[in-house]
Design a protein around this ligand. Structure first.
Ligand code: 13P
Length: 247
């Protein structure tokens, strides 16, 4: 059976002291987990976190990656730069980047391509807004977002991780129910199956107010292969409880 993946997205949180305390807390409690574990940290802290996580079972991730490899792109960070810091994963197309930084489906698809080209596993985020859900457009939106990534990346698509993150569930405390999440995951799985014969090995994560209390029921669903965790990933005990639920 494929291992689940629990990835923390720290977003724009942390400090040298807070990161050290959080990672030490995680490392002291994580043991040999049944799942894969990663933390996606602000890029300025990659070096610090790489050192603290060296040789551990916790992988390092970034929260974004440039769609360019090198050159005059002020403020951008290339995948080969991330590789130098031992980065394994990069979140791509998070709704906060789509919303606040104007990232389009096309840009997200190119970033995925660039990450894959450097051996970084993109965690590709898709998800509908509350208005889109209420208009009955959930399927249409997530399929459009994923289709752009499939179109540009072809058979390499089997190397990505997908995270379904309904925008209305992010940071609100209002998680999708396990059934609601599974329904969308099944749609995404079918879409991936139409694109590659290896769709079953692609991990589909759920994100949006996943916490220590609801993780087990979400992770028990057939097509939910892990979680992308925001707020609860900032508390060692909560994140450890979620990791323990990912069997
Ligand atoms: P919360 O877990 O804080 O809702 O955030 C989810 C998320 O956006 C992870 O990428």
């Amino acid at each position: 059976m494929k291992k689940k993946l629990i990835a923390g997205n720290w977003k724009m949180n942390g400090s040298l002291d807070a990161n050290e305390a959080l990672l030490k807390g995680l490392l002291s409690g994580v043991g040999q987990p049944a799942c894969q574990v990663a933390v996606c940290v602000p890029s300025v802290y990659l070096g610090q976190c790489q050192a603290l996580l060296a040789g551990s079972v916790i992988d390092l991730g970034a929260q974004d990656v440039s769609s360019h490899e090198v050159g005059a792109y002020t403020g951008e960070i290339s995948p080969s730069m991330l590789k130098e810091f031992g980065v394994r994963y990069a979140i791509v197309g998070h709704s906060e980047r789509r919303q606040y930084h104007g990232e389009t489906d096309g840009m997200v698809a190119t970033k995925v391509q660039r990450a894959l080209g450097s051996g970084i596993t993109p965690i590709v985020c898709v998800g509908e807004s509350l208005a889109e859900r209420e208009a009955g457009k959930t399927e249409e939106v997530v399929k459009r977002q994923l289709a752009a990534v499939i179109h540009v990346n072809g058979h390499c698509i089997s190397e990505i991780v997908v995270a379904y993150e309904p925008v209305w569930a992010i940071g609100t405390g209002l998680s999708a129910t396990a059934e609601q999440a599974q329904q969308v995951h099944a749609v995404l799985r079918a879409q991936l199956k139409a694109a590659t014969s290896n769709a079953d090995r692609i991990k589909l994560l759920y994100g949006g107010s996943m916490n220590a209390g609801n993780a087990a029921s979400l992770l028990a669903m057939q097509d939910i292969d892990g979680g992308l965790v925001g707020g609860a990933a900032l508390k060692a005990q909560d994140f450890l409880t979620i990791i323990a639920a990912a069997v």
